[in-house]
Design a binder for this molecule. Structure first.
Ligand code: ADP
Length: 640
C-alpha cells in the first residue's frame, strides 16, 4: 500500500466544507464533474485540431445500484501522475481559489459558506458532498501508463499505477449511505440523472451518454393494434448539446444566464446585466456579454486579463481575446461565437483579423447602447454601475488623446453643488442659466470640503451649479473634453471667472488702484510664494483664497507630486499661486489701517492669511509652528 498523502492545507478547509455540507443542492456535484469532463475533451480536441473524429468524443454516466457506485467517464485529455497530484491535491486553481478567498473574506457571516457553494462552481471537490470515497482513474493522451487516485476525503489520498485501456478519465463515486435528511440513492436513478443533466448540463457540447431502460414494441409487433412491449436497454444522449448562447433568447431563463456566468467567469454573484445578441451581415456572430455586479477580482492588478472567450461554431478557441474589447470596457465578461473565424486562428493573427475588428466594433456599440438605455430607463441600476465602473469610463475619455470621448461623455456622472445625487453633464447643462457660457468645477478629496470652498459659496450665491471632482483622473477628463454642448469647462479655483457685472468690475478696478501700494507690499512680503496678490469678487464670506493661474491646477499639482519621482516632464510641475483678498471683509479694513501705522504687522498678517489660504486648498503649510505662534500673538493682541 503506498503512503497516503495529505491535501495541501488550503484545500483542507474547502474539503471539510464539502464533506460536512448541509447544503441542500448537493446535486450540483454532477454538473461540476460533467463540466470538468467536457473541459478535458475540449483540451483534447484542441490539441488535435483537425485530426479528431468528433463523433468519437463522449461523456458517459454509469449508475450501479447494486454497489452504490456512480461513474462519470470521458475520453478527454486525461491526467498523468503529476497532474493528478497537482490538480486534485490542491485547490490552487482558478475558480476554486477565487471562491476560497471570497469565502475567507466572508468568514464569520453566518451560513455564508453554504450560500456560496450553491452559487459558485466549486469543482471536483463537490464530489465529496455525495461520495464517501472517490476514485479517479486516468490515462493521459499519448501515455502508456494509467494512474489511480483514491481518497476518502478527510484523511488524504494516494496514487498508484493501474490498468486502463483508453485515454481519458473515469471518476467513480462510492455514494454515502442514506440518512433521514439525505437521499443519496437518488443519484443512482436514471430518471434523476437525466433530469439533472437537463437542468444543469444541457448545453454541454459533447454527448452525455447513459444506458437507460425503455419500454418498446417487440420487433414484428409494432404494426399490430396492440403491440407487445418489452424492456430494452439502450444508449441515450441526455443533453441537447446546444450551447446556451445558441438557444432562442425568449426561452432562456434569467437563472440559466446567471448560472452560466458564474460557472464560466468565476464569480459568486449574479451579473448586473446580461447582453445577448446576434448579428448577421458582413460578419455574423452571436455574443453573450455580462456586466459584473462588482469590480472583478484583481481588476486593478497588472496581470488582470481583459477580453472575451472566442468560439467558432460552438467550439472553444481561446480565452481572453482582448482585441474584442476596448480598454474602457475591460470589466465586461462574456463570449463571442462566429462561424467566420477559423479554428486555427492564433493570438498573433487576431490583431490583424478584419472580421474580428468588425465584431469588436459591434460589441462596443452594443454595450454602449445598453449603458445608455440603462441611464435613461433604469437610473438606479445605472448609478450602481457607475459606482463600480465609472472610473473606467473616465479613463476611456482621457486615454488615447480623447479618441473615444464623444462616445463616452454622455455616460459621465458627477456630484455637484445642487443635490446630493449623481448628475450627468446633460442634466447639468439643462439646468444651466441660459447665458452661462462655462461649466464650473472644483476638485477636492471630499464633497463636504468642496461644498465649503469660498469660491463654491460665491458661485452658489449667484445661482451657478458647480461640479465636484473627486478622482485624480477627473481634471484630465475635463481637459480632454474641453467643451460640452458648447459650454467650456472651467476650473472655478483657477484664472478669471468673469462673473461680475460692468459696474462691479469698475468698482473692483477702483479698489485695486486705491490699494495698489498695499497689494504690492503684501506681494513683496510673501516673496516668491505667490505670483500675485489681488482683490477679487470671488469671495463672499471668507477673507482670502488661493487660486491657480491658467495652466496647471492645484489638483493636478497634487497628482504630479504623487507620481514616482522623476516620472517624466510632469514630475514636479506646480501651479501658479494667486492670493485673492475679499475687499468687503473686515480683515481688509484692518490691513488698510495697519498699512498706515505698522507695516511690520501687515507682513505678519499677510503670512497668516497666506497659510490659511493654503490650508483651505488642502496644501500643507511650510512652517506650522511659526503659523500657530503668529495666531497666538494675534489673539493676545485682541485684548489690547
Ligand atoms: P476547475 O475546474 O475550476 O479548474 P476542479 O477542482 O474542478 O477545478 O478541477 C481541477 C483541475 O483538475 C482541472 O482544472 C483539470 O485540470 C483537472 N481535471 C478535473 N477533472 C478532469 C477530467 N475529467 N479530465 C482531465 N482533467 C481534469
Amino acid at each position: 500500500m503506498p503512503r497516503k498523502k495529505q491535501f495541501k492545507s488550503e484545500s483542507k478547509r474547502l474539503l471539510d466544507l464539502m464533506i460536512n455540507s448541509i447544503y441542500t443542492h448537493k446535486e450540483i456535484f454532477l454538473r461540476e464533474l460533467v463540466s470538468n469532463a467536457s473541459d478535458a475533451i475540449d483540451k483534447y480536441y484542441f490539441e488535435h485540431a483537425g485530426h479528431v473524429n468528433p463523433d468519437e468524443l463522449e461523456i458517459r454516466l454509469d449508475p450501479d445500484k447494486e454497489n452504490r457506485l456512480l461513474t462519470i467517464s470521458d475520453n478527454g485529455i486525461g491526467m498523468d501522475k503529476d497532474e493528478l497530484e497537482e490538480n486534485l491535491g490542491t485547490i490552487a486553481k482558478s475558480g476554486s481559489l477565487a471562491f476560497k478567498e471570497e469565502m475567507d473574506k466572508k468568514e464569520g457571516e453566518k451560513n455564508s459558506d453554504v450560500d456560496i457553494i450553491g452559487q459558485f462552481g466549486v469543482g471536483f471537490y463537490s464530489a465529496f458532498m455525495v461520495a464517501k470515497s472517490v476514485t479517479v482513474v486516468s490515462k493521459k493522451d499519448g501515455a502508456d501508463t494509467a494512474y489511480k487516485w483514491v481518497s476518502q476525503g478527510d484523511d488524504g489520498y494516494y496514487i498508484t499505477e493501474t490498468e486502463k485501456e483508453t485515454r481519458g478519465t473515469t471518476i467513480i463515486l462510492a455514494l454515502k449511505d442514506d440518512t433521514d435528511e439525505e437521499d443519496y440513492s437518488q443519484y443512482l436513478e436514471t430518471y434523476t440523472i437525466e433530469n439533472l443533466i437537463k437542468k444543469y448540463s444541457d448545453y454541454i457540447r459533447y454527448p452525455i451518454h447513459m444506458q437507460v431502460e425503455t419500454s418498446k414494441p417487440k420487433p414484428g409487433t409494432e404494426d399490430q393494434e396492440k403491440p407487445e412491449y418489452e424492456t430494452v436497454v439502450e444508449d441515450k444522449t441526455l443533453n441537447s448539446m446546444v450551447p446556451l448562447w445558441k438557444r432562442e433568447k425568449s426561452k432562456i431563463k434569467p437563472e440559466e444566464y446567471n448560472q452560466f456566468y458564474k460557472d464560466h467567469f468565476y464569480d459568486y454573484e449574479d451579473p448586473m446585466r446580461v447582453i445577448h445578441f446576434s448579428v448577421e451581415g458582413n460578419v455574423s456572430f452571436t455574443s453573450l456579454l455580462y456586466i459584473p455586479s462588482h469590480v472583478p477580482q484583481g481588476f486593478y492588478n497588472q496581470d488582470y486579463k481583459k477580453g472575451l472567450q472566442l468560439y467558432s461554431r460552438g467550439v472553444f478557441i481561446m480565452d481572453h481575446a482582448e482585441e474584442l474589447l476596448p480598454d474602457y470596457l475591460r470589466f465586461v465578461k462574456g463570449l463571442v461565437d462566429s462561424q467566420d473565424l477559423s479554428l486555427n486562428i492564433s493570438r498573433e493573427m487576431l490583431q490583424h483579423d478584419n472580421q474580428l475588428k468588425l465584431i469588436a466594433k459591434r460589441i462596443e456599440k452594443k454595450v454602449l447602447s445598453e449603458l445608455t438605455t440603462m441611464l435613461t430607463k433604469e437610473r438606479d441600476a445605472y448609478e450602481k454601475f457607475w459606482k463600480a465602473f465609472g472610473l473606467n469610463i473616465k479613463f476611456g475619455v482621457y486615454n488615447n488623446w480623447g479618441m473615444d470621448k464623444d462616445k463616452l461623455e454622455n455616460l459621465l456622472m458627477f456630484y455637484t453643488s445642487k443635490e446630493q445625487k449623481l448628475t450627468t453633464l446633460n442634466e447639468y447643462v439643462d439646468r444651466c442659466k441660459e447665458d452661462q457660457k462655462e461649466i464650473y468645477y472644483v476638485s477636492g478629496s471630499d464633497l463636504e470640503m468642496m461644498n465649503k470652498l469660498p469660491i463654491v459659496q460665491t458661485l452658489k450665491k449667484k445661482d451657478f451649479e458647480v461640479i465636484y471632482l473627486l478622482d485624480d483622473v477627473d481634471e484630465f477628463v475635463m481637459q480632454t473634453l474641453q467643451q460640452f454642448r458648447e459650454k467650456t469647462f472651467k476650473n472655478a479655483s483657477q484664472g478669471n471667472l468673469d462673473l461680475d457685472t460692468e459696474e462691479e468690475k469698475k468698482e473692483l478696478e477702483q479698489t485695486t488702484s486705491d490699494n495698489k501700494d498695499l497689494l504690492d507690499f503684501m506681494k513683496d512680503a510673501l516673496k516668491d510664494e505667490v505670483a500675485e496678490v489681488k482683490i477679487s469678487n470671488r469671495l463672499s464670506d471668507d477673507p482670502v483664497c488661493l487660486t491657480a493661474g491658467e495652466g496647471v491646477s492645484f489638483e493636478m499639482e497634487k497628482v504630479f507630486a504623487n507620481m514616482p519621482e522623476g516620472n517624466g516632464p510632469m514630475g514636479g510641475m506646480k501651479a501658479e499661486r494667486i492670493l485673492e483678498l475679499n475687499p468687503n471683509h473686515p480683515i481688509f479694513q484692518t490691513l488698510k489701517t495697519l498699512f498706515t501705522s505698522d507695516k511690520e504687522k501687515v507682513k505678519e498678517v499677510a503670512e497668516v492669511l497666506y497659510d490659511q489660504a493654503l490650508l483651505i486648498e488642502g496644501f500643507p503649510i511650510e512652517d506650522p509652528i511659526a503659523y500657530s505662534r503668529k495666531i497666538c500673538e494675534l489673539l493676545v493682541n485682541t485684548n489690547k
